[in-house]
Design a protein around this ligand. Structure first.
Ligand SMILES: Nc1ncnc2c1ncn2[C@@H]1O[C@H](COP(=O)(O)OP(=O)(O)OP(=O)(O)O)[C@@H](O)[C@H]1O
Ligand SMILES: [Mg+2]
Length: 661
């Protein structure tokens, strides 16, 4: 899958060559940064206060299906910890009873504890191996589930979310954050569990052997606990900072690659390098703080461990002299102190990874918690049966349309009669901003071709983004044949309404695959017919492998006009009820545009269509023209009538005619 979030970034950068610079500047200035994050709660830099709780809930949810595996793992780890801890007891026994026994002639007295020691360590090895494998398997399963869940969710988050948040951040979630969680789950978690279980078992063994010496060791716990809590608190902060800093580095790299053309043509390389250096410095400083903390913690725990050792030796020596404590027990205690504090180093490392994984999981949780703004209905309403002359266009489920107009192998004209589109009391504003569309009503009868014209920023694209349900209207309803878009199943909506825009995104694969994207089951003949209808066929004929030619990354092998024609072929093949064209011919030269228009004349017959175009030649094929201004439809009528009336469209048309002359 090469076409995930960077893809969106790619096309975004192409559409707006300044996008990269703008966002770079926004991030550089702290004031805009704040205002930006306050506007978009999904920006993961501002995590909600209860995120730790929600991250934990997510973890529980992920672990639950594997509960049996985890129970087995805990048992294995406990057994391993026990095996680890029992060694010194056996050594102590060999020293205190085995050697005297052997001297007295009973060699078994020495051999038995040593044999037990060998067996116990062998069993420990088996537990170690099994638990390591099991840990790996469980971690892998959890990661696959989480990765899939995140990917699916990100794909389903509305266009609104993607327009607001940088795709680099989403890439960071999928890469570096996932990696951190993975490292913790498949390594550090096990070290942590082994360390903790070993320490617990040893603590019990110590208390049983000699409670006075045990108390001496336990006393070391008080400063240890204090150091741990202080370090934990600092480390949590540090890890959050590190996660954010590395995400920024990734954002910068992703944006640079996505906007590489703009960067090279505006010679932004140096400024970009400087920015990367700054991001790197921030990352370094965050990491340095974290490393300082680890170092400080490791040094203090080791020092506490050594002090404990000295204290045990001192108190133990005293007890041996005065109280007859056996030397073997003292030896066991000294061995235990090492084993007791030994795992601490690993525990510290593991704990750092834990903090890092926790911070990463919080960030992933924040993305998973973002609600898609456009949601599929639970109980979708089907569209009424298609009224097309063929009558065979399945309205729902499975199989694609039987006949494709331009691409139809039967050569008939339109298979669809289109559907009636109605806007009732619709108004819209982007995420809490100014109103972009003022409340309006509009009915487009089935089969009508409507041209939407008006100056830049008037709201034309916004209107069709509502019709394709990239956004839901702030107020009012949009219906297709009487069914609210919000009640339509996604699959039916996407089959019924298709939009072609000026950014034609091509995915890796063959040109044939790219045309087939909206209708994977189309036959080769249908694909060819679609390509012929839009005038793409002659170009394909000249390519090395024809329809099997790989288009390379983002269709790099094709000119932008050719890419545009691929988009058209896709839309024609998809055979929708309602076709929306937003500046779809902007990249075409005049002959190609004319060819597409001729094709359109056939394709649009009987189909409902909304066409946005600055080049008014498209209007020639429209039955009706809507003129938009500042989010309002200010003129509505047949082109000839509007020209005759001498309003805004008339002057637009006049200017257009003059420019052509
Ligand atoms: N994703 C967005 N978030 C916030 N505001 C937006 C967004 N997209 C568009 N706008 C704003 O909505 C208004 C209408 O934009 P729209 O893209 O609909 O214009 P348009 O008529 O299609 O213009 P053009 O002819 O230049 O394509 C503009 O003022 C624009 O700034
Ligand atoms: Mg537009």
């Amino acid at each position: 899958m090469t076409q995930n979030s960077p893809a969106a970034q790619d096309s975004q950068a192409e559409r707006n060559p300044h996008a990269v610079q703008v966002s770079a500047e926004q991030q550089a200035s702290p004031s805009t940064q704040t205002s930006r994050s306050s506007r978009s709660p999904e920006e993961p830099d501002t995590l909600p206060p209860d995120i730790a709780v929600r991250a934990r809930r997510l973890l529980v949810e992920l672990v639950r299906p594997q509960l049996r595996g985890y129970a087995l793992l805990v048992t294995l780890l406990a057994a391993f910890g026990l095996g680890n801890a029992i060694g010194p007891v056996l050594i102590a026994h060999a020293l205190d009873s085995g050697i005297p026994g052997a001297i007295a002639g009973d060699s078994w007295a020495l051999a038995a504890p040593l044999l037990a020691f060998v067996l116990v360590t062998a069993a420990s090895g088996v537990f170690d191996f099994t638990s390591t494998r099991l840990t790996g398997t469980l971690a892998q399963r959890l990661m696959v589930t989480l990765r899939r869940r995140l990917f699916d969710h990100v794909q389903r988050l509305g266009i609104g979310y993607h327009e607001r948040s940088t795709s680099g951040r989403l890439v960071a979630r999928q890469t570096s954050d996932m990696e951190n969680i993975q490292i913790f789950l498949s390594g550090s978690l096990q070290e942590m569990a082994i360390g903790l279980s070993t320490m617990t078992v040893i603590a019990v063994a110590l208390a049983v052997m000699d409670w006075r010496l045990a108390l001496v060791i336990f006393a070391g716990f008080v400063p240890l606990l204090w150091v741990s809590i202080a370090s934990n608190r600092a480390q949590r902060r540090n890890q959050r900072r590190t996660r954010t800093a590395i995400a920024r580095v990734i954002v910068h790299v992703v944006e640079t690659l996505g906007g590489i053309r703009a960067i090279q043509s505006f010679r932004r390389e140096e400024a970009n390098e400087l920015r990367l250096r700054q991001e790197d410095a921030a990352y370094r400083s965050a990491t340095a703080a974290s490393l300082r903390n680890v170092g400080w913690f490791a040094a203090s725990t080791r020092w506490i461990g050594n002090l404990s050792m000295a204290a045990v030796l001192f108190a133990g020596g005293w007890l041996v002299i005065g109280d007859g404590l056996q030397v073997g027990v003292l030896t066991a205690f000294l061995l235990y102190v090492r084993r007791f504090y030994g795992p601490l180093d690993e525990l510290v490392q593991a704990f750092t990874m834990y903090q890092s994984a926790q911070a990463a999981l919080e960030k992933v949780t924040a993305v998973l918690d973002a609600e898609p703004e456009v949601v599929e209905p639970v109980r979708p309403v089907p569209l009424p049966a298609a009224p097309g002359p063929a009558g065979a266009r399945p309205a729902a489920e499975g199989a694609g349309p039987t006949g494709c107009t331009a691409a139809g192998d039967d050569g008939t004209a339109s298979a669809s009669a289109g559907r009636t589109v109605s806007f009732a009391g619709v108004s819209f504003s982007y995420a809490g901003g100014e109103p972009v569309l003022r409340p309006f009503d509009l009915t487009i009868p089935a089969g009508e071709t409507v041209a939407l014209v008006g100056q830049t920023g008037a709201g034309k694209s916004t209107l069709v983004k509502l019709l394709t349900r990239f956004y839901d209207p702030s107020e009012g309803h949009i219906r297709i044949d009487g069914v609210d878009l919000r009640d339509l199943a996604d699959a039916q909506l996407r089959r019924s309404v298709v939009m072609v825009t000026q950014e034609s995104y091509l995915f890796g694969g063959t040109i044939g695959d790219n045309i087939r994207i909206g209708r994977p089951e189309a036959t080769d003949a249908q694909v060819r017919a679609a390509a012929e209808a839009v005038g793409l066929a002659p170009f394909i004929a000249r390519m090395p492998a024809g329809y099997e030619t790989d288009v390379r990354k983002r269709g790099g092998r094709l000119s932008s006009g050719q890419r545009q024609l691929v988009s058209f072929a896709r839309a024609f093949l998809a055979d929708p009820d309602v076709l929306v064209l937003d500046e779809a011919t902007a990249h075409l030269d005049i002959p190609s545009e004319r060819q597409v228009q001729e094709a359109l004349a056939t394709v649009l017959e009987g189909r409902t269509a909304v066409i946005i175009a600055h080049r008014l030649s498209t209007v020639d094929i429209a039955d009706r023209v809507l003129v938009m201004e500042h989010g309002e439809i200010v003129e509505d009528g047949a082109p000839t009538d509007l020209i005759a009336a001498g309003g805004r469209f008339a002057s637009l048309h006049e200017a257009w005619e003059e420019s052509r002359a």
